[in-house]
Write a protein that binds this ligand. Structure first.
Ligand code: FNR
Length: 369
Protein backbone atom coordinates (compact mmCIF):
# COMPACT_ATOMS: atom_id res chain seq x y z
CA UNK A 1 0.00 0.00 0.00
CA UNK A 2 1.26 3.50 -0.80
CA UNK A 3 -0.14 6.90 0.07
CA UNK A 4 -1.10 7.28 -3.60
CA UNK A 5 -3.43 4.27 -3.63
CA UNK A 6 -6.56 6.39 -3.92
CA UNK A 7 -5.42 7.41 -7.40
CA UNK A 8 -5.01 3.85 -8.53
CA UNK A 9 -8.36 2.25 -7.77
CA UNK A 10 -10.58 1.40 -10.75
CA UNK A 11 -13.25 4.03 -11.44
CA UNK A 12 -16.72 3.41 -12.84
CA UNK A 13 -18.06 6.57 -14.43
CA UNK A 14 -21.50 6.72 -15.96
CA UNK A 15 -20.36 5.51 -19.40
CA UNK A 16 -16.66 4.80 -18.89
CA UNK A 17 -14.78 2.26 -16.77
CA UNK A 18 -11.14 3.10 -16.11
CA UNK A 19 -8.39 1.18 -14.36
CA UNK A 20 -7.36 4.26 -12.38
CA UNK A 21 -7.90 8.02 -12.08
CA UNK A 22 -4.87 9.12 -14.10
CA UNK A 23 -5.54 10.91 -17.39
CA UNK A 24 -2.92 12.04 -19.88
CA UNK A 25 -3.70 15.71 -20.61
CA UNK A 26 -4.04 16.62 -24.30
CA UNK A 27 -0.72 17.97 -25.53
CA UNK A 28 0.00 19.16 -29.05
CA UNK A 29 3.31 17.71 -30.25
CA UNK A 30 3.44 18.66 -33.97
CA UNK A 31 5.06 15.36 -34.98
CA UNK A 32 2.53 14.27 -37.60
CA UNK A 33 3.92 15.18 -41.06
CA UNK A 34 1.14 15.47 -43.62
CA UNK A 35 -1.25 15.71 -40.65
CA UNK A 36 -1.13 11.93 -40.28
CA UNK A 37 -0.07 10.28 -37.00
CA UNK A 38 2.78 7.90 -37.84
CA UNK A 39 4.44 4.99 -36.04
CA UNK A 40 6.42 7.29 -33.75
CA UNK A 41 3.14 8.75 -32.56
CA UNK A 42 1.82 5.21 -32.03
CA UNK A 43 4.83 4.35 -29.84
CA UNK A 44 4.59 7.65 -27.93
CA UNK A 45 1.04 6.90 -26.81
CA UNK A 46 1.73 3.16 -26.29
CA UNK A 47 4.51 4.14 -23.86
CA UNK A 48 2.09 6.19 -21.72
CA UNK A 49 -0.49 3.38 -21.71
CA UNK A 50 2.20 0.86 -20.72
CA UNK A 51 3.31 3.41 -18.14
CA UNK A 52 -0.02 3.04 -16.37
CA UNK A 53 -2.21 5.92 -17.60
CA UNK A 54 -5.90 5.00 -17.29
CA UNK A 55 -7.22 7.38 -19.97
CA UNK A 56 -5.17 9.10 -22.64
CA UNK A 57 -6.59 12.25 -24.16
CA UNK A 58 -4.66 12.81 -27.36
CA UNK A 59 -3.11 16.02 -28.56
CA UNK A 60 -5.58 18.30 -30.31
CA UNK A 61 -6.68 16.71 -33.61
CA UNK A 62 -8.16 18.96 -36.26
CA UNK A 63 -11.68 18.49 -37.55
CA UNK A 64 -12.46 18.59 -41.25
CA UNK A 65 -12.65 22.33 -41.93
CA UNK A 66 -10.43 24.50 -44.12
CA UNK A 67 -9.41 26.77 -41.21
CA UNK A 68 -9.18 24.26 -38.35
CA UNK A 69 -5.37 24.20 -38.16
CA UNK A 70 -3.19 26.74 -36.39
CA UNK A 71 0.18 24.98 -36.19
CA UNK A 72 2.28 22.79 -38.50
CA UNK A 73 2.24 18.97 -38.41
CA UNK A 74 -0.83 18.67 -36.20
CA UNK A 75 -2.78 15.47 -36.91
CA UNK A 76 -6.17 15.43 -38.56
CA UNK A 77 -9.11 13.44 -37.27
CA UNK A 78 -10.53 12.93 -40.74
CA UNK A 79 -9.45 11.33 -44.00
CA UNK A 80 -8.42 7.71 -44.59
CA UNK A 81 -4.70 8.12 -43.83
CA UNK A 82 -5.08 10.01 -40.56
CA UNK A 83 -7.86 7.71 -39.36
CA UNK A 84 -5.74 4.64 -40.22
CA UNK A 85 -2.89 6.18 -38.20
CA UNK A 86 -5.21 6.84 -35.27
CA UNK A 87 -6.55 3.28 -35.45
CA UNK A 88 -2.99 2.03 -34.87
CA UNK A 89 -2.68 4.36 -31.88
CA UNK A 90 -6.01 3.14 -30.47
CA UNK A 91 -5.04 -0.52 -30.91
CA UNK A 92 -1.64 0.02 -29.27
CA UNK A 93 -3.19 1.76 -26.27
CA UNK A 94 -5.81 -0.96 -25.90
CA UNK A 95 -3.16 -3.70 -26.12
CA UNK A 96 -1.38 -1.97 -23.25
CA UNK A 97 -4.56 -1.92 -21.15
CA UNK A 98 -5.37 1.77 -21.48
CA UNK A 99 -8.28 3.78 -22.87
CA UNK A 100 -8.07 6.73 -25.22
CA UNK A 101 -10.10 9.70 -26.47
CA UNK A 102 -9.10 12.12 -29.24
CA UNK A 103 -9.32 15.82 -28.53
CA UNK A 104 -11.39 17.44 -31.30
CA UNK A 105 -10.04 20.86 -32.20
CA UNK A 106 -10.61 23.96 -34.29
CA UNK A 107 -8.25 26.84 -33.48
CA UNK A 108 -10.50 29.66 -34.70
CA UNK A 109 -8.79 33.04 -35.06
CA UNK A 110 -5.53 31.74 -33.58
CA UNK A 111 -4.86 30.54 -37.13
CA UNK A 112 -2.68 32.71 -39.37
CA UNK A 113 -2.67 32.29 -43.17
CA UNK A 114 0.10 29.97 -44.37
CA UNK A 115 -0.40 27.08 -42.00
CA UNK A 116 -0.86 23.74 -43.77
CA UNK A 117 -3.48 22.61 -44.53
CA UNK A 118 -5.55 25.62 -45.36
CA UNK A 119 -2.96 27.71 -47.24
CA UNK A 120 -4.00 31.34 -47.44
CA UNK A 121 -7.22 30.78 -45.51
CA UNK A 122 -7.48 33.28 -42.64
CA UNK A 123 -8.59 32.38 -39.13
CA UNK A 124 -12.33 31.80 -38.76
CA UNK A 125 -14.01 32.98 -35.59
CA UNK A 126 -17.21 34.57 -34.29
CA UNK A 127 -16.12 38.13 -35.10
CA UNK A 128 -12.76 37.66 -36.81
CA UNK A 129 -10.94 38.41 -33.55
CA UNK A 130 -8.35 36.44 -31.61
CA UNK A 131 -8.04 39.20 -29.04
CA UNK A 132 -10.76 41.71 -28.16
CA UNK A 133 -11.18 44.56 -30.60
CA UNK A 134 -8.65 43.48 -33.23
CA UNK A 135 -10.02 41.91 -36.40
CA UNK A 136 -7.43 39.54 -37.89
CA UNK A 137 -9.60 37.02 -39.71
CA UNK A 138 -12.99 36.06 -41.02
CA UNK A 139 -16.23 36.49 -39.07
CA UNK A 140 -18.12 33.23 -39.52
CA UNK A 141 -21.38 33.14 -41.45
CA UNK A 142 -24.23 30.82 -40.54
CA UNK A 143 -23.03 28.44 -43.24
CA UNK A 144 -19.53 28.42 -41.74
CA UNK A 145 -21.00 27.69 -38.32
CA UNK A 146 -23.12 24.83 -39.67
CA UNK A 147 -20.08 23.39 -41.50
CA UNK A 148 -17.93 23.40 -38.38
CA UNK A 149 -20.69 21.87 -36.23
CA UNK A 150 -21.05 19.09 -38.82
CA UNK A 151 -17.26 18.59 -38.92
CA UNK A 152 -17.14 18.01 -35.15
CA UNK A 153 -19.99 15.49 -35.44
CA UNK A 154 -18.27 13.60 -38.30
CA UNK A 155 -15.00 13.53 -36.35
CA UNK A 156 -16.75 12.05 -33.33
CA UNK A 157 -18.51 9.40 -35.41
CA UNK A 158 -15.21 8.48 -37.12
CA UNK A 159 -13.43 8.31 -33.76
CA UNK A 160 -16.08 6.00 -32.42
CA UNK A 161 -15.91 3.83 -35.55
CA UNK A 162 -12.16 3.23 -35.23
CA UNK A 163 -12.42 2.23 -31.59
CA UNK A 164 -11.73 5.31 -29.48
CA UNK A 165 -13.35 5.01 -26.03
CA UNK A 166 -14.67 8.59 -25.85
CA UNK A 167 -14.17 11.98 -27.47
CA UNK A 168 -13.09 15.26 -25.94
CA UNK A 169 -14.36 18.53 -27.42
CA UNK A 170 -11.80 21.34 -27.01
CA UNK A 171 -13.79 24.27 -25.69
CA UNK A 172 -10.91 25.86 -23.77
CA UNK A 173 -7.89 28.20 -23.89
CA UNK A 174 -9.23 30.84 -26.28
CA UNK A 175 -9.62 28.62 -29.38
CA UNK A 176 -12.72 28.64 -31.58
CA UNK A 177 -15.40 27.40 -29.18
CA UNK A 178 -13.98 29.58 -26.40
CA UNK A 179 -13.91 32.55 -28.80
CA UNK A 180 -17.70 32.20 -28.90
CA UNK A 181 -17.96 31.90 -25.08
CA UNK A 182 -15.75 34.92 -24.42
CA UNK A 183 -17.47 38.32 -24.73
CA UNK A 184 -14.11 39.83 -25.67
CA UNK A 185 -13.96 37.92 -28.96
CA UNK A 186 -17.66 37.35 -29.59
CA UNK A 187 -19.11 40.65 -30.77
CA UNK A 188 -21.74 39.24 -33.14
CA UNK A 189 -25.14 40.81 -33.51
CA UNK A 190 -27.05 37.55 -33.94
CA UNK A 191 -28.31 34.81 -31.61
CA UNK A 192 -24.79 33.43 -31.07
CA UNK A 193 -24.07 36.45 -28.88
CA UNK A 194 -25.72 37.97 -25.82
CA UNK A 195 -25.31 36.66 -22.29
CA UNK A 196 -23.12 33.61 -21.62
CA UNK A 197 -26.10 31.35 -22.31
CA UNK A 198 -26.40 32.87 -25.80
CA UNK A 199 -22.64 32.75 -26.35
CA UNK A 200 -22.85 29.03 -25.52
CA UNK A 201 -25.17 28.38 -28.46
CA UNK A 202 -22.33 27.33 -30.78
CA UNK A 203 -20.91 24.89 -28.21
CA UNK A 204 -24.36 23.49 -27.50
CA UNK A 205 -24.96 22.89 -31.20
CA UNK A 206 -21.65 21.02 -31.37
CA UNK A 207 -22.38 18.90 -28.30
CA UNK A 208 -25.88 18.04 -29.57
CA UNK A 209 -24.56 17.15 -33.02
CA UNK A 210 -21.81 15.00 -31.53
CA UNK A 211 -24.31 13.28 -29.26
CA UNK A 212 -26.61 12.58 -32.22
CA UNK A 213 -23.64 11.17 -34.17
CA UNK A 214 -22.32 8.81 -31.45
CA UNK A 215 -25.56 7.68 -29.80
CA UNK A 216 -26.54 7.81 -26.14
CA UNK A 217 -23.91 5.51 -24.60
CA UNK A 218 -20.65 6.96 -25.92
CA UNK A 219 -18.84 9.26 -23.46
CA UNK A 220 -18.44 12.91 -24.40
CA UNK A 221 -15.83 14.93 -22.52
CA UNK A 222 -15.92 18.73 -22.75
CA UNK A 223 -12.79 20.74 -21.92
CA UNK A 224 -13.29 24.33 -20.84
CA UNK A 225 -11.28 26.98 -19.04
CA UNK A 226 -11.86 30.33 -17.45
CA UNK A 227 -8.42 31.56 -18.63
CA UNK A 228 -7.55 32.29 -22.24
CA UNK A 229 -4.11 32.10 -23.82
CA UNK A 230 -4.85 35.67 -24.94
CA UNK A 231 -5.56 36.75 -21.32
CA UNK A 232 -4.81 34.59 -18.29
CA UNK A 233 -7.02 36.78 -16.11
CA UNK A 234 -10.13 36.38 -18.28
CA UNK A 235 -13.09 34.63 -16.65
CA UNK A 236 -16.37 33.36 -18.04
CA UNK A 237 -17.99 33.00 -14.61
CA UNK A 238 -17.50 35.07 -11.44
CA UNK A 239 -19.72 33.05 -9.10
CA UNK A 240 -20.78 29.44 -8.56
CA UNK A 241 -24.28 30.43 -9.70
CA UNK A 242 -22.94 31.70 -13.02
CA UNK A 243 -20.82 28.57 -13.42
CA UNK A 244 -23.82 26.33 -12.80
CA UNK A 245 -25.90 28.28 -15.31
CA UNK A 246 -23.08 27.93 -17.87
CA UNK A 247 -22.46 24.20 -17.40
CA UNK A 248 -25.96 22.84 -16.91
CA UNK A 249 -27.07 23.36 -20.53
CA UNK A 250 -23.87 21.68 -21.74
CA UNK A 251 -24.61 18.71 -19.48
CA UNK A 252 -28.18 18.55 -20.78
CA UNK A 253 -26.93 18.70 -24.37
CA UNK A 254 -24.89 15.55 -23.79
CA UNK A 255 -21.63 16.20 -21.94
CA UNK A 256 -20.77 13.33 -19.57
CA UNK A 257 -17.43 14.51 -18.21
CA UNK A 258 -16.13 18.05 -17.79
CA UNK A 259 -12.38 18.62 -18.13
CA UNK A 260 -11.77 21.74 -16.11
CA UNK A 261 -8.57 23.34 -17.30
CA UNK A 262 -6.66 25.33 -14.70
CA UNK A 263 -2.96 26.08 -14.54
CA UNK A 264 -2.66 25.25 -10.81
CA UNK A 265 -5.10 22.63 -9.53
CA UNK A 266 -4.75 23.68 -5.87
CA UNK A 267 -6.25 27.15 -6.31
CA UNK A 268 -9.78 27.76 -5.02
CA UNK A 269 -12.06 28.88 -7.85
CA UNK A 270 -14.31 31.18 -5.85
CA UNK A 271 -13.91 32.94 -2.50
CA UNK A 272 -15.24 31.20 0.57
CA UNK A 273 -14.48 27.59 -0.40
CA UNK A 274 -11.44 25.42 -1.08
CA UNK A 275 -13.07 23.76 -4.08
CA UNK A 276 -11.16 24.11 -7.31
CA UNK A 277 -12.81 24.47 -10.73
CA UNK A 278 -13.29 20.70 -11.12
CA UNK A 279 -14.67 20.48 -7.58
CA UNK A 280 -17.26 23.16 -8.30
CA UNK A 281 -18.10 21.61 -11.66
CA UNK A 282 -18.81 18.22 -10.13
CA UNK A 283 -20.83 19.74 -7.29
CA UNK A 284 -22.91 21.97 -9.56
CA UNK A 285 -23.61 19.53 -12.40
CA UNK A 286 -23.43 16.09 -10.79
CA UNK A 287 -21.26 15.11 -13.75
CA UNK A 288 -17.79 13.62 -13.54
CA UNK A 289 -14.95 16.13 -13.50
CA UNK A 290 -11.26 16.03 -14.43
CA UNK A 291 -8.84 18.33 -12.66
CA UNK A 292 -5.54 19.44 -14.21
CA UNK A 293 -2.72 21.92 -13.72
CA UNK A 294 0.82 21.40 -12.37
CA UNK A 295 0.14 17.95 -10.94
CA UNK A 296 3.45 16.68 -9.54
CA UNK A 297 5.25 19.88 -10.58
CA UNK A 298 6.19 23.13 -8.84
CA UNK A 299 5.32 25.61 -11.62
CA UNK A 300 2.50 26.00 -14.13
CA UNK A 301 3.00 25.54 -17.85
CA UNK A 302 2.57 29.10 -19.12
CA UNK A 303 4.96 31.82 -17.98
CA UNK A 304 3.34 35.16 -17.11
CA UNK A 305 6.38 37.11 -18.24
CA UNK A 306 5.88 36.73 -21.99
CA UNK A 307 8.73 34.22 -22.50
CA UNK A 308 8.00 31.57 -25.10
CA UNK A 309 7.49 27.88 -24.57
CA UNK A 310 5.93 25.72 -21.91
CA UNK A 311 7.66 26.43 -18.63
CA UNK A 312 10.15 24.00 -17.10
CA UNK A 313 9.28 22.69 -13.64
CA UNK A 314 10.75 20.62 -10.83
CA UNK A 315 8.93 17.68 -9.36
CA UNK A 316 6.71 18.47 -6.37
CA UNK A 317 4.70 16.66 -3.73
CA UNK A 318 1.22 15.39 -4.64
CA UNK A 319 -0.02 15.41 -1.02
CA UNK A 320 -2.49 18.23 -1.65
CA UNK A 321 -3.84 16.33 -4.66
CA UNK A 322 -4.23 13.15 -2.61
CA UNK A 323 -6.13 15.01 0.11
CA UNK A 324 -8.56 16.28 -2.51
CA UNK A 325 -8.94 12.82 -4.06
CA UNK A 326 -9.63 11.42 -0.58
CA UNK A 327 -12.36 14.08 -0.15
CA UNK A 328 -13.82 13.01 -3.51
CA UNK A 329 -13.60 16.56 -4.85
CA UNK A 330 -13.27 15.37 -8.47
CA UNK A 331 -13.14 12.08 -10.35
CA UNK A 332 -10.05 12.10 -12.53
CA UNK A 333 -6.66 13.81 -12.53
CA UNK A 334 -5.00 14.90 -15.76
CA UNK A 335 -1.22 15.06 -15.92
CA UNK A 336 0.58 17.01 -18.64
CA UNK A 337 4.28 17.84 -18.57
CA UNK A 338 5.12 15.27 -15.89
CA UNK A 339 3.99 12.62 -18.39
CA UNK A 340 6.22 14.06 -21.10
CA UNK A 341 9.15 13.83 -18.69
CA UNK A 342 8.11 10.40 -17.37
CA UNK A 343 6.12 8.14 -19.72
CA UNK A 344 5.69 5.79 -16.75
CA UNK A 345 4.71 8.53 -14.28
CA UNK A 346 1.60 6.61 -13.24
CA UNK A 347 3.44 3.37 -12.53
CA UNK A 348 6.19 5.17 -10.64
CA UNK A 349 3.73 7.11 -8.49
CA UNK A 350 1.70 3.95 -7.88
CA UNK A 351 4.88 2.27 -6.62
CA UNK A 352 5.72 5.26 -4.40
CA UNK A 353 8.90 5.94 -6.39
CA UNK A 354 8.68 9.72 -6.17
CA UNK A 355 12.44 10.20 -5.93
CA UNK A 356 13.13 8.74 -9.35
CA UNK A 357 10.68 11.00 -11.20
CA UNK A 358 12.32 13.37 -13.67
CA UNK A 359 11.68 17.11 -13.74
CA UNK A 360 10.13 18.58 -16.90
CA UNK A 361 12.52 20.49 -19.16
CA UNK A 362 11.62 22.49 -22.26
CA UNK A 363 14.06 20.56 -24.44
CA UNK A 364 11.96 17.43 -23.92
CA UNK A 365 9.58 18.78 -26.56
CA UNK A 366 12.35 18.56 -29.18
CA UNK A 367 11.87 14.82 -29.49
CA UNK A 368 8.81 12.61 -29.41
CA UNK A 369 9.50 9.99 -26.80
C1 FNR B 1 -0.62 21.64 -23.80
N1 FNR B 1 -1.95 21.84 -23.43
C2 FNR B 1 -2.95 21.60 -24.36
N2 FNR B 1 -4.25 21.67 -23.98
C3 FNR B 1 -5.24 21.29 -24.84
O1 FNR B 1 -6.41 21.36 -24.46
N3 FNR B 1 -4.95 20.88 -26.09
C4 FNR B 1 -3.67 20.82 -26.56
O2 FNR B 1 -3.45 20.40 -27.70
C5 FNR B 1 -2.63 21.22 -25.67
N4 FNR B 1 -1.32 21.23 -26.07
C6 FNR B 1 -0.31 21.34 -25.15
C7 FNR B 1 1.02 21.09 -25.51
C8 FNR B 1 2.03 21.11 -24.56
C9 FNR B 1 3.44 20.79 -24.97
C10 FNR B 1 1.72 21.41 -23.22
C11 FNR B 1 2.79 21.43 -22.14
C12 FNR B 1 0.42 21.70 -22.85
C13 FNR B 1 -2.29 22.07 -22.02
C14 FNR B 1 -2.27 20.74 -21.24
O3 FNR B 1 -3.33 19.89 -21.63
C15 FNR B 1 -2.41 20.97 -19.72
O4 FNR B 1 -3.65 21.56 -19.45
C16 FNR B 1 -1.28 21.83 -19.18
O5 FNR B 1 -0.03 21.38 -19.64
C17 FNR B 1 -1.28 21.85 -17.67
O6 FNR B 1 -0.95 20.60 -17.15
P1 FNR B 1 0.54 20.34 -16.53
O7 FNR B 1 1.51 20.33 -17.66
O8 FNR B 1 0.77 21.48 -15.60
O9 FNR B 1 0.39 19.01 -15.85
Amino acid sequence: MTQADALFQPVELDKLSLKNRIVMAPMTRTYSPGNVPNDKVVEYYRRRAEGGVGLIITEGTCVDHIAAHGYPNVPNIHGDDALAGWKKVVDAVHEAGGKIAPQLWHVGAIRRPGVTPGGDTPGYSPSGMAVPGKVVGHAMTQTDIDDVVAAFARAAADAQAIGFDAVEIHGAHGYLIDQFFWDGTNQRDDTYNGDLAARSRFALEIVRAVRAAVGPEFPIIFRYSQWKQQNYAARLCETPEELGAFLQPLAEAGVDIFHCSTRRFWEPEFEGSDLNLAGWTRKLTGKAAITVGSVGLNADFLPDDGTKGFRAAETASIDNLLERVARDEFDLVAVGRALIANPDWANQVAAGQFDSLAAYEKKMLETLY
